[in-house]
Design a protein around this ligand. Structure first.
Ligand SMILES: *Cc1c(COP(=O)(O)O)cnc(C)c1O
Length: 377
């Protein structure tokens, strides 16, 4: 059996262990310390928007704390892009709030601004104004932020940006993660850079960052004994994993370049195959990190389905995955309201994510080429 080619696997830069070693030598084996501070500073510098970043245990935790800081409570409604990973929506349920799902548009596969406005109007007509909008930059592709923010401002609703997949992407020159009241990042093992598991909250004031850190470290009041006036969480990042993050920040730019060249590889590979389109930026306003490269297969034109290709790849030990199944089609969210048409559903039916890692070799690429050529010959 040939070695497995993964969709997206960790890719260490080489200096990560140096930072971990320093943590051991100084005995900073805790959810605070120089690596946590350093990693936050590195992210702030990279995002280049005067932001304050708080390092947390996961992207999911960041989203949960973002909702709490936006005042989301039991019985509230939160609008969420349907075409996403479940971690975008689960924290809404943690708050006892109801998700209201919104369809995607065909250009960026992210939240459709028209369906968003329809949703807001209808929820308001039904007597409840949604408290927050969670917009996602799926697979690293920036959402239509000008349009989304215009709708949010029109109805005075806060935007939280789920940039878990989009570190290194930008929209009109502004880095993803810096548009919303809060932006969230993930450093899970499959993301563009990883700390093995981790996340971050991007804030626009020191006050919001301080509140994030306060809530993520059990909400301890300023007193010599343990004193609490708020419910707290244990969501801070460990100084050990932050060391991995500092090493990864040294190579982030080259990781973005490598993922983008994987996308170029797929553009070339499918160029001559009528009926397969590679997911690319709709215009020069969008710059995707191409965390995952994806294709849409038109079975009427190719005579092959997305599943035919997925299974053929699997046969050669190459991982691929259907596009994320929309949240409004998930059994767990069957009762949640949904607004839009069938854009997300069609993407799910015909789309496939392909191996996209920054560590793929020429040999890996030729194995992928062989399977694709065989299936579509
Ligand atoms: C990975 C991911 C998350 C969750 O991040 P974790 O660090 O795994 O908790 C949230 N939203 C999206 C879109 C993701 O891809």
């Amino acid at each position: 059996m040939s070695t497995k080619i993964w969709l997206s696997s960790p890719h260490m830069g080489g200096t990560e262990q140096k930072y971990i070693q320093e943590a051991f030598e100084a005995n900073w084996i805790a959810p605070l310390g120089p690596n946590v501070d350093g990693f936050e500073k590195d992210l702030e510098a990279f995002l280049n928007a005067g932001v304050n970043v708080g390092a947390l245990s996961s992207g999911t935790a960041a989203l949960h704390l973002a909702l709490i800081q936006c005042g989301v409570e039991y019985g509230d409604e939160v609008i969420c892009q349907s075409m996403t990973f479940s971690a975008s929506a689960n924290p809404i349920a943690y708050c006892g709030a109801t998700p209201v799902f919104v369809d995607s548009e065909n250009e960026t596969w992210n939240m459709c601004p028209i369906a968003l406005e329809d949703a807001i109007k209808d929820r308001v007509a039904k007597g409840k104004k949604p408290k927050v909008i969670i917009v996602v930059h799926l697979y690293g592709m920036p959402a239509k932020m000008d349009e989304i923010i215009a709708v949010a401002n029109k109805y005075d609703i806060t935007v939280i940006e789920d940039a878990a997949e989009a570190l290194g992407s930008n929209y009109k020159g502004q880095k993803c993660g810096t548009f919303g009241r809060f932006g969230i990042l993930s450093f899970n093992g499959n993301k563009i850079i990883t700390t093995s598991g981790g996340g971050a909250m991007v804030c626009h004031s020191q006050e919001d960052k301080d509140k994030t850190v306060f809530l993520s470290t059990q909400a301890r009041d300023d007193a010599p004994h343990y004193q609490h006036s708020h419910i707290g969480y244990n969501y801070r990042m460990s100084n050990i994993v932050a060391g991995i993050g500092r090493g990864q920040m040294e190579v982030l730019t080259s990781r973005v370049e490598a993922r983008r060249s994987m996308n170029k590889f797929y553009q070339d590979l499918f160029d001559s195959i009528d009926g397969v389109s590679v997911f690319v930026e709709p215009s020069a306003d969008y710059y995707s990190n191409h965390w995952l490269s994806a294709i849409i297969v038109d079975a009427n034109k190719t005579g092959k389905t997305r599943e035919d290709l997925r299974l053929a790849l699997l046969e050669d030990n190459i991982e691929s995955r259907p596009l994320w199944k929309p949240m409004h089609l998930q059994p767990v969210f069957a009762d949640a309201p949904y607004y839009g048409g069938n854009v997300a559903e069609q993407l799910f039916n015909n789309g496939l994510c392909l191996p996209s890692g920054s560590n793929l070799s020429d040999d890996d690429r030729s194995r992928i080429t062989d399977v694709v050529s065989k299936i579509f010959s």
